[in-house]
Design a protein around this ligand. Structure first.
Ligand SMILES: Nc1ncnc2c1ncn2[C@@H]1O[C@H](COP(=O)(O)OP(=O)(O)OP(=O)(O)O)[C@@H](O)[C@H]1O
Ligand SMILES: O=P(O)(O)OC[C@H]1O[C@H](OP(=O)(O)OP(=O)(O)O)[C@H](O)[C@@H]1O
Ligand SMILES: [Mg+2]
Length: 285
């Protein structure tokens, strides 16, 4: 029987959320300390715990059937794999930064300058598109130290909160790309494995859809029902149940979280009260 081999980062920024996603999909496994392989007990999946930089290559060669990496790592190594799902976690950007005191006037500032990065391919392509000639030096970590030790005049590295740049006396000046975790897949997967991947993606979609939506319960006078139903159309239509108090109903529906905040004032104006918003664990349309 087929067993889907999944490459996930051993330890780092992607590890926890990658494993959490499989657990939320109902896939059980025991990743004891220092174990570099783990078999699920209830789904034909085997986990391989690897350095994230190696994952696209393993998936290109079919050593792993699928893997989870940052879009930035996939774009840097440009391996022949299919990006099958954007996963919505490990959101960050790859940015150019310079010492805080630099009077930055625009991308031409970098003409003829030295830049340090762990993402030389992405950076060189970006500079070429911008028509800038600069010297790109590859360093594999602690990139933010480079300007302070005279190694480079600017850097291109991952930024999320910006606190690492701030602590190292740097400021972000250009966004080169936005990134999030993606699932990549081997291009020549067997039909059996493709069927397993489809099952897995179905589960992932139901988990991600659940996270993006909320279950809303509220009370409203019957005279407001039509307006409130318009504001909360739900999956097919909302559930409307009579309250014990004459002339009032309870309305249950599902709404995208952003739409909920956008509509909250309108719901209250329409007479809604006692509004409860409840998380959804899985959602299948
Ligand atoms: N501060 C951050 N916030 C959000 N996502 C991040 C952050 N830093 C990195 N990432 C994302 O997580 C991925 C892994 O980052 P991490 O720092 O764990 O990599 P690493 O040090 O290269 O790990 P490894 O030891 O596996 O090679 C990055 O490629 C990026 O997509
Ligand atoms: O904008 P911030 O929120 O400060 O995040 C950015 C930092 O996060 C990552 O490093 P990480 O902390 O994962 O350590 P690493 O250098 O060991 O990969 C990245 O390489 C940046 O240095
Ligand atoms: Mg790495």
């Amino acid at each position: 029987m087929s067993n889907l081999k999944v490459a996930v980062q051993k330890s780092g920024r992607l590890s926890e959320d990658s494993l959490k996603l499989f657990k939320e999909c109902g896939i059980k496994f025991n990743n004891g300390a220092k174990k570099l392989k783990a078999q699920s007990s209830n789904f034909p999946i085997e986990f391989l715990f690897l350095r994230d930089d190696d994952i696209p290559g393993y998936v290109e060669d079919g050593i792993a059937d699928i893997g989870i990496v940052g879009q930035n790592v996939q774009d840097e190594y440009q391996k022949e794999v299919d990006v099958v799902k954007h996963l919505g976690f490990s959101k960050c950007r790859l940015s150019l930064a310079v010492p805080r005191e630099v009077d930055y006037s625009g991308i031409q500032y970098f003409e003829g300058k030295n830049l340090a990065t762990s993402y030389p391919t992405i950076l060189k392509n970006y500079l070429k598109d911008q028509g800038v000639n600069a010297e790109v030096h590859m360093i594999s970590g602690s990139v933010e130290i480079a300007p302070g030790i005279g190694l480079a005049e600017g850097i291109c590295d991952i930024v999320s909160s910006g606190s690492t740049l701030l602590s190292n006396g740097l400021k972000e000046v250009e966004t080169v790309m936005k990134s999030e975790a993606v699932m990549v897949a081997y291009k020549q997967m067997s039909d059996d494995k493709k069927a397993l991947l489809d099952q897995l993606i179905f589960r992932i979609n139901s988990v991600l859809e659940g996270k993006n939506n909320k279950y809303v319960l509220l009370n409203a006078p019957n005279a407001s029902l039509d307006r409130i139903i318009d504001l909360l159309p739900g999956m097919r239509s909302p559930t409307v149940l009579p309250l014990a108090q004459e002339g009032w109903s309870s309305i249950h529906s599902v709404i995208n979280e952003d739409d909920f905040w956008g509509n909250i004032e309108k719901l209250r104006e329409a007479g809604a009260e006692g509004i409860l918003v409840v998380p959804i664990e899985k959602m299948i349309q």
